[in-house]
Design a binder for this molecule. Structure first.
Ligand code: GDP
Ligand code: IMO
Ligand code: MG
Length: 423
């Protein structure tokens, strides 16, 4: 059986932990979009692993991990991540990790443009500054350079030359930037090529072979549905299809290769960067959620904005992705609260909205309509069976399940692999 694990909010739902757990049931774990804007944390035996590019299933050494063609890869970040994992005792081998020759490469001029554009915009997005958007811009402008190009120095240099001429001309005119040296970048990147080559292959053919052999494939989503470039809170989104729709273009497998969709959502909501967030808490409660939930970005260390669970958004994400079951994470973060609110609709003047409005102007001006639940005031982190959960906690997760229209398959009550309740 092949299944996808997708974030249903604005990212950081705890996908990494859930992918690590579900990897036991898979033979292959494949990332299909995004780059090192992602930060997926897995805690195993109290050791914390942070994944940015490498699939979160890599802790299971017998699995094949694939970085699909839909990804954008910064080779420096990749080598750094491999080094970090090595220093934690995990030597990721080319047998274990396969990188698509068709994935696009992030260059210094992408990272630079990410910063320039943010500074010039009147409405900042609050990107991770990793060059993700500019790299996808080049992909769709057909001037991108792909991993496979790195293996052919002559072709690589001619493509790089075209890019440098264009970038230097534009950056000088628009941003007053002195320019990039083609020689320096070529030397740097051809150096990376040597180290990365053993991992590179035709992942489309590989995935098709594995699928035909009946191996189980787990599609690892990065970011979340509300950051999807088509279906999220545009323009405050990332530059790829983080929702289920990115899987097919990002791996080369067809829709019928996907049997099940598992959506991951936090028991409350967080967001990093700018953009509307109706249930955001600006008071002490928001700070309490941030502190208790450790809500600081895995990638940039930025404090995450925190707020109540928004059932309107998650219901939209459940429908959009065709979610079969949901996993609720970080229930333990709510353990000490007297009462907990859930947004069940939006008010806009005299109007009540029950569905997510695509118009960002409307979405920026809605007021949440809340239903209030009684807190359980019990430490849930040691609980492993649903029947052990306090009545109020069960009422809360049952209400979420009803409101978003999906059954719950797991509830996470701590960051460690073991801290999970299976239903
Ligand atoms: P991802 O990007 O969706 O993989 O999520 P992140 O790893 O960026 O953020 C989730 C954070 O919450 C990480 O630090 C996890 O270790 C942690 N986490 C995951 N599940 C739970 C949980 O159930 N309870 C608590 N307290 N922390 C959790
Ligand atoms: P994971 O996989 C949370 C946010 C950024 C910014 C917007 C655009 O860990 O859930 P980008 O650098 O992608 O152009 O930034 O998207 N963002 C994330 N927020 N989790 C992520 O990934 C994110 N990846 C990007 O903060 O608001
Ligand atoms: Mg994250």
């Amino acid at each position: 059986m092949n299944f996808a694990v997708i974030g249903l909010q604005w990212g950081d739902e705890g996908k990494g932990k859930i992918i690590d757990i579900l990897s036991v049931e898979a033979d292959v774990i494949v990332r299909y979009q995004g780059g090192n804007n992602a930060g997926h944390t897995v805690v195993k035996d109290s050791v914390r692993y942070a994944f940015h590019l490498i699939p979160s299933g890599v802790l299971h050494e017998d699995k094949v991990c694939v970085m699909g063609n839909g990804m954008v890869i910064d080779p420096l970040a990749l080598l750094h991540e491999l080094d970090e994992l090595r220093s934690q005792g995990l030597d990721v081998s080319p047998r274990q990790l396969k990188i698509s020759e068709n994935a696009h490469i992030i260059f210094p001029y992408h990272r630079k443009l990410d910063g320039f554009r943010e500074r010039l915009r009147s409405n900042r997005i609050g990107t991770t500054g990793r060059g993700i958007g500019p790299c996808y811009m080049d992909k769709y402008a057909r001037s991108g350079i792909r991993v496979g190009d790195l293996l052919n120095p002559k072709l690589f240099i001619s493509k790089l030359k075209d890019n440098i001429i264009e970038k230097n001309g534009i950056y000088r005119q628009v941003f007053g930037y002195d320019g990039f040296s083609e020689e320096e970048i070529a030397r740097e990147y051809l150096g990376y090529a040597e180290k990365i080559t053993p991992f590179v292959c035709d992942t489309v053919s590989l995935l098709h072979e594995l699928w035909r052999e009946g191996r189980s494939i787990l599609f690892e989503g990065a970011q979340g549905t509300m950051l999807d470039v088509d279906f999220g809170t545009y323009p405050f989104v990332t530059s790829s299809n983080a929702s289920v729709s990115g899987i097919f273009s990002g791996t080369g497998l067809p829709p019928k290769a996907l049997d099940k969709v598992i959506g991951v959502c936090k028991a409350y909501t967080t967001r990093v960067g700018e953009g509307p967030f109706p249930t955001e808490l600006f008071d002490d409660l928001g700070n309490r959620l941030r502190d208790k939930g450790g809500e600081f970005g895995t990638t940039t260390g930025r404090p995450r904005r925190c707020g109540w669970f928004d059932a309107v958004l998650v219901r939209y994400a459940v429908r959009l992705n065709g979610v079969d079951e949901i996993v609720i994470t970080k229930l333990d973060v709510l353990d000490e609260l007297d009462e907990i609110k859930v947004c069940v609709g939006y008010r806009l003047g005299d109007e009540v909205l029950k569905t997510y409005p695509f118009d960002i102007e409307v979405f920026s001006n809605v007021e949440p309509i809340y239903e209030t639940f009684k807190g359980w005031k019990t430490d849930t982190t040691a609980l492993r069976d649903i029947s052990d959960l306090p009545r109020e906690a069960r009422d809360y997760i049952d209400a979420i399940s009803d409101l978003v229209g999906a059954k719950i398959s797991m509830v996470s009550v701590g960051s460690d692999r073991e801290e999970i309740i299976r239903i």
